[in-house]
Ligand binder design. Structure first.
Ligand SMILES: *[C@@H]1O[C@H](CO)[C@@H](O)[C@H](O)[C@H]1NC(C)=O
Ligand SMILES: *[C@@H]1O[C@H](CO)[C@@H](O)[C@H](O)[C@H]1NC(C)=O
Length: 237
């Protein structure tokens, strides 16, 4: 409850300091077409979701350290809350280019604070809208890891995430990669911003040594080893 309140205050703050930008944000609520699907309307709503889209975008541009001219050129971003077809019912959400789809049934059935859950999903999906893909060459696990890193930095990592330090490969994706990127950011502030900028025209694992002076495999091993150290030592901020 206090977290939701805190998020509300953060949103107002971000909305107040966000520079005027030309991006148009649109929310399409199609939950009317699903019988009994009321939680998006009653607990979240389109207005709040639109504010969240703006706040998430500002947060992502800050995280990526991008000025207006450096950002991806999306004139509009659309978010649609609707039912997913049977073959995709297990999916929570997905994003393609400037369009985010949210599975209304996931929000309806979520066993907890629906606003907080949508916020977390949105910071992840909105990152997909704004991040670089190395002209399609970036590993999927890294792309999703960066999106979850943003979610983590926004304070929206859910309880059900795997533990920090888990996983067997750095590019396994989602929380595993997000915590690894968080470790790399502890070695150099702005690491993810630099990585994302390099990913604008290409992708190579060599980007890690370019920024941090060590290969990604060395960094992954350091990360796994440092887990045995007291938390204070491994969490250089
Ligand atoms: C992605 O969205 C932008 C507008 O935000 C549009 O100009 C561009 O053509 C889209 N790209 C694809 C591949 O659909
Ligand atoms: C952000 O980018 C500017 C250059 O545009 C650079 O001077 C600054 O060091 C960067 N900040 C971080 C944290 O990387």
């Amino acid at each position: 409850m206090s977290r939701a309140y805190f998020l509300g205050v953060t949103l107002l703050f971000l909305a107040a300091v966000a520079p005027i930008q030309a991006v148009k944000y649109q929310v399409v609520d199609r939950t009317n077409y699903i019988a009994g699907c009321i939680r998006f309307k009653t607990e979240i709503g389109s207005f709040y979701t639109r504010q969240l889209m703006k706040a998430a975008s500002s947060f992502i541009w800050l995280t990526f350290n991008e000025s207006i001219g450096e950002r991806k050129d999306h004139g509009q971003v659309m978010l649609v809350v609707r039912g997913f077809r049977p073959s995709q019912r297990a999916l929570v959400s997905r994003t393609s280019n400037d369009t985010i789809l949210i599975n209304a049934d996931h929000i309806q059935k979520y066993p907890g604070d629906a606003r907080l859950e949508l916020s977390g999903i949105l910071f992840h999906e909105m990152t997909h809208v704004w991040q670089q893909y190395g002209k399609g060459k970036a590993p999927r696990g890294l792309v999703n890891g960066i999106a979850d890193y943003v979610r983590l930095r926004a304070g929206l990592a859910p309880k059900e995430w795997t533990q920090r330090g888990s996983g067997s490969r750095w590019d396994e994706g989602y929380a595993v990669t997000a915590y690894f990127l968080d470790y790399c950011s502890g070695l150099k502030n702005g690491f993810v911003a630099e990585l994302n900028k390099l990913m604008k025209g290409d992708y190579s694992d060599e980007f890690f040594p370019v920024i941090l002076g060590k290969t990604v495999d060395e960094l992954w091993m350091d990360y796994k080893t440092d887990l045995d150290l007291p938390v204070e030592l491994s969490k250089a901020e």
